[in-house]
Design a protein around this ligand. Sequence first.
Ligand code: ZN
Length: 298
Amino acid sequence: MVFSKRNIAAFLLANFFILSGKVKKVFGRASKGSFILSVYFHDPSKKLFESCVKWFIENGYSFISTEELAAVAKGQKPFPLASVILTVDDGWRGNRENIAAVANHYKIPVTIFASTQPIATGEAFWWSYIAEANKKGLVSQSVHALKKVTNEERMNIVNAVKPQLPLNREALTIEELKEISNTAFVSIGSHTVTHPILTNCSDEQSFFEIRESRKILEEWLQKEVVHFAYPNGEFTTREINFLKDSGYKTAFTTNPRYITPDNFTDLYTIPRFDVLEDVSFAENICRMTGVWFNKPTF
Ligand SMILES: [Zn+2]
C-alpha cells in the first residue's frame, strides 16, 4: 500500500465497514443466491492476488469460470451460491507468475483478457508511452485526456512519441500466452488489438478491434475465444452488436455492481468490481465484496 492521506483514510473506513459486519452481510446475501461477486485485476503482485484468493476461500466463497457463468445465464446451470468470478485485464507479463501460477495452484478458474498488439510486437501499452512522454515533457496531453479524443488523434500522438521512448515489453509474449492458455485453470479472452477506447473509434475501427483480436487469439491458441472485456469499460450498443456479430458469448464492463439473477441475463454488460494495486488490503476486501461502492468519495 502507498501511504497517502487518501489510502490511510480509506484504510480506516474499510476497517469500519469490516468491523461493523457489512462484509459478512454480503456473504449472507450471496449464500442465499442474491448475487455473484465479479472481481477484476490488472497487474497485481503475487502476494496481492494470492491474498485475495485465500480471503475468498477462507470466507466460504466458491469460484466460477466465465464458461459456467454463460451456462447459468442460459439456464443450463442453477444460479450459484456464495460465488465469485475472477477476471484479469490487458495481458501483463507478470500475470504468468502472479495470476496463472496461483490459479493453477489453488485450482480456481481465471480468465485473462489480452490485447494482442502489445503481445505480438513487444511494444509497451499505449498509456505507458504517454505517461513517459509526459515525464520527459514531450507531450502536454495526459493519459486521461487522450481517453477523450478520437482514436485517430490518440494514435497520432502515441505514434509520434513511440520512436523516442524505447520502453521494455510489458505484455506477455505469444509463447507465454500459449503456455498459460494450456494450463488447467486459465482461459484467455479478448481485450481488442490495440486497447483503444472503443467509443472513440469509427465503426470500421471498432469492428476491426473486436473481430480481429478474436481471430488472432484463436490462431495463436488454437482454441475458441468467446469472452471479451471492454478496454476502460467503455462501450455502446454498437460494440454489443459487433461482439454478437463476431461470435462472442460474453462481455465484461467495469460497472461496479453485483451480478444478479436480473441483470446478468444480458451477457454483454457483465459488471465487475476492481481491485487496486496500491491501496490497503482492507480496502480491497471492501472493493471485492462491493461494500466499497456505496461510500462517501475521497
Ligand atoms: Zn485494459
